[in-house]
Design a protein around this ligand. Structure first.
Ligand code: GAL
Length: 695
């Protein structure tokens, strides 16, 4: 397998990982088991078709058993056993979980919460990315590990720490406060500039010295949203600095080994700007866990996978963790339904993953995650999970030629920006219970129901070649984006903007003159007031085509300039006023969705936009069948995933061979199954080109 990321491409570097096909495996924590189990594990891994495991993720305390006293003996033996069985190693720097002796000797390495309470021992992460003491210990560990395994033939990839920011997102302690002050001062060289940017005359919070700047510690009312937004930016930066420090040690000692760190792109309100982080990795990897109580969890998964690919600029990426069965952190932890493990795994591959890995290989008997599933459950290999894991290993082997193929460039693009998420979450809006994710996910799902190839990309990415660009809840928008979207529409592109987009500028200040400030001209309208609907309150709207739909959550009083109404309210205070509009812009259009529609209605509306944009779906199939296309130089590989409990008809319009069953595809997709359909490559199978993210 060849690893080439956008970032490593720019360094003129690619890495050859000596493992064929799609990587298959998971986190392996042999320190929890006896050497006899290690040998049994390696044989079971072979049986399951496992090709790679991640070692060392939480092993600092078993590798550095006391300050500067290292024991690599047990890990050497594990490396040896795995290598003898042909299993490659992703080696994690074990810095996610500091050892007990370190927390005892230097408790100030731990984060402090907003109320001043310091994190104790017993969890993981929990340390402060701004702690220089922690950094020193961590880098010594990394240096020793890298030096020890530098030339081991089983080592194929470095995995820096684990989910940086997951349990050490915000630190309100003194060392972090000092680092924050320096960061603020570097951004705003004078207090006057800082006061202007943060609008500190509100409540008379004017700073007279940088020494007065603190993290948003406990206060009895909400903080200034501009401070919160910058604290998010700082936190992402501080975590990234820690990653970079570890990465640079690894790069110096083993320049031939690629480096990644596992992202959590769907962590709500995440503290990491992964689009920026990705630039610093050799390959993007992501962890994903479905929420068992969500009946549409496969749609959230698809969004996650598309977003990860967008962050990777279209290059193949690695699914570093997901669960073989239930997790142990959702209260009621649903087991997976029959076939769900396979559908979930292949849905990630369908959207660009070249690795399918789990947390974890063997389910723990002890410790905080003892009831989290593993590939080998407590029951052992004679279990439904291990049988499905083994079957999946065979399937991945059968479709191995897909590895390296890129997804065809999408016809639609959906813009996502972490800065907008932070701004959206940092202020009190007229309806604070509207989650940021809801609108992007709903629009992404609607496009998928129509089998439209969709990319989730940064607002700075190149828009050329897309027929439809969707801008959902992009609360913070740079003025140049409006200009680029206008130029894109003038040249024949089609844009859809949802409410709560373009409301604030880069500093978090409202763009004045009517909503949605940044996009008023593009959309040919303005709103002078928001009218959020109360919970469970709905209003009927009627489209120009005569359909009656139901609006919920949000309404606004819109005054049209050049835009025309596509749907308007049939009753209530806004009766007769537009809810959805369309504005002709040059050879294209810019539409505005100022309310929330039900899923089927949104499908209908998005269907209208697809028609306007002249998009050809990837296939003809029911809305619950997921279709994607990966393309190599010679072939297209269509993934068809049937989320229905009945068989479905899928028509690609050309003959295809199903790599999963090893037979010609007759158009019938069995209930709950996945087909990987190989065809000759068609002309329009252009791939998303690697582009540089503007600084
Ligand atoms: C991840 C973490 C793993 C494991 C897993 C459980 O966030 O990286 O180590 O704890 O969650 O779902």
């Amino acid at each position: 397998m060849i690893i080439r990321s956008a970032a490593s491409d720019r360094r003129g570097k690619s890495f050859t990982v000596p493992v064929d096909g799609i990587l298959y495996g998971g986190d392996y924590n042999p320190e929890q088991w006896s050497p006899q189990v290690w040998v049994e594990d390696a044989a079971l891994m072979q049986q399951a078709g496992v090709t790679v495991v991640t070692l060392g993720v939480f092993a600092w305390g078993t590798l550095e058993v006391a300050d500067n006293v290292f024991d690599f003996g047990w890990l050497d033996r594990v490396f040896e056993i795995l290598h003898e069985h042909g299993i490659a190693v992703i080696l994690a720097t074990p810095t996610a979980a500091p050892p007990m002796w370190l927390i005892e000797s230097d408790p100030e390495i731990m984060t402090t919460d907003a109320s001043g309470v310091r994190t104790g021992s017993g969890g993981r992460l929990g340390w402060s990315p701004s702690s220089s003491t922690f950094r020193g210990y961590a880098l010594r560990m990394v240096e020793r590990l890298a030096t020890h395994y530098a030339d081991h033939p089983a080592l194929v990839l470095w995995h820096v720490s684990n989910e940086l920011g997951n349990e050490n997102g915000y630190d309100f302690g003194e060392e972090s406060a000092e680092a924050f002050r320096l960061w603020v001062q570097a951004k705003y060289p004078t207090v006057e500039q800082l006061n202007r940017a943060w609008g500190t005359s509100f409540w008379g919070h004017t700073f007279t010295s940088f020494s007065q700047v603190t993290p948003p510690r406990f206060a009895r009312t909400n903080h200034n949203p501009a401070l919160l937004l910058d604290f998010d930016r700082f936190t992402s930066h501080a975590l990234l600095q820690h990653y970079l420090a570890e990465r640079d040690v690894l790069r110096r000692i083993t320049p031939q080994i690629p480096i990644t760190t596992n992202f959590m792109v769907m962590r709500s309100g995440g503290v990491q700007d992964y689009a920026a982080w990705a630039e610093e990795t050799d390959v993007v990897s992501n962890d994903h866990y479905t929420i068992g109580a969500d009946p549409l969890r496969h749609e959230e998964l698809s969004f996650s996978a598309d977003r990860t690919r967008g962050i990777a600029h279209g290059a193949p990426w690695l699914l570093m963790e997901h669960a073989a069965g239930s997790v142990n952190w959702q209260g009621r932890n649903a087991s997976k339904t029959p076939g769900e493990l396979t559908r979930n795994s292949l849905a990630h591959v369908a959207r660009g993953a070249d690795a399918v890995c789990f947390f974890q290989w063997r389910q723990s008997a002890a410790g905080a995650e003892q009831f989290h599933s593993g590939m080998v459950p407590h029951a052992g290999p004679d279990s439904a999970i291990f049988r499905e894991v083994t079957a999946l290993g065979r399937t991945l082997h059968r479709i191995s030629e897909v590895s390296g193929a890129r997804l065809s460039r999408g016809d639609a693009a959906l813009l996502w920006d972490q800065q907008a998420v932070w701004a959206f979450n940092s202020t009190r809006k007229p309806a604070d219970d509207i989650p940021f994710h809801a609108m992007p996910l709903a629009l992404h799902a609607a496009l998928n129901h129509h089998h439209v190839a969709t990319d989730v990309i940064a607002p700075t990415a190149d828009l050329n070649g897309y027929r439809l660009v969707v801008v959902p809840h992009l609360f913070l928008a740079h003025p140049e984006l409006a200009a680029r979207l206008t130029a894109y529409a003038e040249a024949g592109g089609h844009v859809l903007v949802s409410y709560l987009s373009g409301i604030v500028d880069r500093t978090g200040a409202v763009i004045l003159g009517g909503y949605p400030g940044a996009f008023r001209d593009l959309l040919g309208l303005r709103a002078d007031e928001f009218h959020p609907l109360m919970n469970a309150e709905t209003l009927p709207i009627v489209t120009t085509a005569g359909a009656t739909w139901t609006a919920s959550d949000w309404t606004e009083s819109l005054q049209l300039g050049t835009a025309t109404s596509y749907a308007s309210y049939a009753s209530g205070r806004l009766q007769g006023s537009p809810a959805i509009t369309e504005n002709p812009v040059g050879a294209g259009t810019a539409s505005y969705l100022s309310t929330r529609l039900g899923a089927l209605e949104l499908d209908e509306y998005v269907g209208h936009l697809i028609e306007v944009a002249g998009i050809r779906p990837l296939a003809s199939a029911p809305r619950e069948v997921e279709i994607t296309r990966r393309s190599s130089t010679e072939h297209d590989y269509f993934f068809a995933i049937n989320h229905l409990q009945v068989d479905a008809q899928v028509d690609l319009g050309r003959p295809a061979f199903d790599l999963v069953t090893g037979t010609a595809f007759d158009g019938q997709l069995v209930a709950g199954s996945v087909a990987v359909l190989k065809t000759e490559r068609s002309e329009d199978g252009a791939v998303l080109k690697t582009e540089r993210r503007p600084d």
